[in-house]
Design a protein around this ligand. Sequence first.
Ligand code: GCO
Length: 442
Amino acid sequence: MFDRRDFPQDFVFGAATAAYQIEGHRVGGAGPTHWDSFAATPGNVAGAEDGASACDHYHRWPEDLDLLRDGGFDAYRFSTSWARVMPDGKSVNPEGLDFYDRLVDGILERGLAPFLTLYHWELPSVLADNGGWTNRDTTSRFGDFTRLIAEKLGDRVARIATINEPWCVSWLSHFEGHHAPGLRDIRAAARSMHHIMLAHAEGVEALRAAGHKGAGIVLNFTDVQCGDSEGGWSEAAARTDAIMNRWFIESVARGEYPAEALEGLERHLPKGWTGDMARIAAPIDWLGVNYYSRALVTEAPEKPWPSTGAITGPLPKTQMGWEVYPRGLSSLLNRMADDYVGSLPIYVTENGMAWADEPCDGKIEDTARIDYVAAHLEAVRRSLSHGTNIKGYFYWSLLDNYEWSFGYEKRFGLIHVDFGTLKRTPKASWHRFRDALSDGRR
Ligand code: GCO
């Protein structure tokens, strides 16, 4: 079991959410996003559900923040919807900006530390119309958005991440087609993989110009393993590791893209891309690591590059079908410190599991989630004793919410949401956190 006292004095415990997944996008003058049209296209999202109403956090945020505070947490990771504050990608919606202003004050009033993510995937539709992340111009527009948020909130928010999960924004959305805009095109994938890192650079530059000292990025990592021979390694695994993990951390930490990914992508990159690499590698103040599971990768020579497949592993799985594999978290955290960022502060910005939770006599006994968290926090402790400078852990997610292409069925929350009545019910895992965090409050 976990306990606050087993972690360093200044270790931060928090929970994470994202704007489109909880707020309810149809209110407050938010503009249309590429997720609305993606969801409205048959076959993309389970039940064609979208974020129009979600958890109605837009109106219920005081209650949600109270639950976070009462759970004993120290911090809240949330995101600002670009389409809410700049509905047409250009002009400002004062109502949207005021919402985040009040939210940040509400976070601070409850003694919580705000961790803000600028882009958690609500690209305004007008920018999508112009090619979205395949168009270099979107990166400059992202710079404008960053300036606006930095000016309005930067004085009260000590840590701001530019982009959430660039691999999902680019490869998953433009090569695999699972997320908006739902493309399956290697050229679009390569361009978006570069432009999303350039947007990060624009964001860091805008934050620096505003005098901000807490600029970071949130990357998602998967423990890539060879599925053809147990404990072995293969070229297919190396290619996947380069595309999923190394592309993003190596551009930020070294100003390079890995050769194993460039072999298939270089010819599709925008002209002059090498000239952007020094900007992408500008120093950051912290790194966010999102971790859920491992991948068992196989060689698939019959397919075009990257000629890979995947097998399903034997370990117990979450509602998403993802294997529970805490060991991958410690090895990835140590890899970040040992190979890339040294003693730079690292936060686990997301880790959590979905389960088909339903109340029974008003209670939700999600013991599988409690075990999942305990095992992953144990992995964090192992990394801390290795010497890795981990400063905090954020559970994904505070609330059951809109799980992108899976709609509302997959429940990641510490707090159950009845999507008919919008009633919030803390699960046993929330109570477990409260016991672990409140007792040791310093
Ligand atoms: C992501 C996002 C979250 C997800 C969570 C579970 O990783 O896809 O950051 O928005 O909801 O990770 O899939």
